[in-house]
Write a protein that binds this ligand. Structure first.
Ligand code: TXA
Ligand code: MG
Length: 340
């Protein structure tokens, strides 16, 4: 199969492909998704095949407005609608009781379904144009770093899908927060740009993700995730990053240090990639930095923080408020997944 990359002018073709049971990659504000008709089991099977994804890992179902949620979920609470109103379109996925119309292959065999309204205009237009809810995981091969550009999708999906809709670089850069609303107290199953602190404006109580990814209940989190094709370790501070760098280099392998600007500059080593100064910059450039690093270097050393108290200290030293700490934690939780 030949894979073509097209911009918005291919939107109607993309919608036609989805309606006829094919798979199309499309941009969202978080990462690119690999989409198919969520209600068509044969179409969804093609997503699992193209990704090489384990069958017990459920897909997120994308809709374009809160009014469509009842077509994919049932017993949807007032709270869910309030959350959609406040945070959608945007990087928040709600886990709800599945409607019978959604085939079990879409939900990895679960009686629940993850639902999200993405913010990228092309994603919203695609859902509208095909008139179907779209099931879509990130458009990487299973186990690879999530794609934040159409070119990343092509690297992983060339020859496997007919079309990649190109909507430029994604804005947020890490995947949506997954919030399970089927529990008595809502639980963050996967951290993302919508933080526990932000959710607590609406939720009386929320259980935060603790970074213990191995026992996390989002089935996808138990798999080795976001892993670059080169060895990757996490370093606690610039000195240990530099120490590891020198050790790797003396063994004849070219390493690179990746982290926030202050971290990589303090490491004082030639090969480094700065993710930027702010939390937003770091989130948005993390995956593309990993993709370029794995092509160019033999060993990746990534900035890592072991727990929140350390972020708190770091943030306080810089005289910033605590507001950024949780958001920064989401990057670190991702990093910890990389280092597993
Ligand atoms: O930002 C995103 O969420 C992107 C874009 C494309 O929307 N999608 C994405 O999908 O990251 P994926 O398949 O790579 O990750 C979905 C995560 C997995 O960890 C999966 O296990 C979890 O969400 N998930 C989906 N449905 C679930 C459910 N019913 N119960 C628990 N976890 C669920
Ligand atoms: Mg993924």
């Amino acid at each position: 199969m030949q894979t073509i990359i097209g911009k918005e002018e291919r939107l109607n073709y993309a919608a036609e492909l989805i309606r006829s049971g094919e798979v199309v990659a499309f941009p969202t504000e978080t990462v690119y998704g690999l989409g198919a008709d969520a209600l068509n089991g044969n179409a969804v099977r093609k997503i699992f095949e193209a990704k090489g994804r384990p069958a017990d890992n459920p897909l997120i179902v994308h809709i374009s407005a809160p009014g469509q949620v009842n077509s994919v979920a049932q017993n949807v609470s007032e709270l869910a609608f309030k959350l959609f109103q406040k945070f959608s379109p945007g990087p928040l996925t709600l886990v709800l009781k599945k409607a019978p119309a959604v085939p079990l292959i879409t939900t990895g065999g679960l009686g629940t379904v993850g639902v999200r309204i993405p913010r990228h205009p092309l994603a919203l237009k695609l859902i509208e144009a095909c008139g179907r809810p779209i099931a879509a995981p990130s458009a990487n091969r299973s186990g690879r770093v999530s794609p934040t550009e159409a070119a990343h999708v092509l690297e992983d999906m060339d020859g496997k899908i007919p079309l990649i809709l190109d909507g430029g670089k994604t804005e947020v850069g890490i995947e949506s927060t997954v919030l399970d609303l089927t529990k008595e107290i809502p639980v963050i199953l996967r951290p993302g740009a919508i933080t526990a602190k932000m959710l607590s404006e609406i939720l009386p109580k929320v259980i935060d993700h603790k970074g213990e990814v191995i026992i996390a209940e989002a089935p996808g989190m138990k798999y080795r995730h976001y892993s670059p094709t080169k060895p990757c370790i996490a370093a606690l501070d610039p000195e240990s990053a530099a120490g590891k760098y020198d050790e790797v280099l003396s063994g004849g392998i070219i390493p690179v240090i990746i982290g926030r600007e202050d971290f990589v500059l303090a490491g004082k080593r030639e090969n480094h990639i700065s993710l930027g100064k702010t939390v937003e910059e770091c989130m948005s450039s993390l995956f593309s930095a990993l993709r370029s690093a794995e092509k160019k270097y033999g060993y990746i050393i990534l900035q890592y923080f072991p727990n929140r108290s350390i972020f708190a200290r770091q943030q306080n030293q810089k005289g910033r408020g605590g507001g950024d700490i949780r958001a920064y934690f989401t990057i670190i939780a991702k990093s910890c997944i990389i280092s597993l």
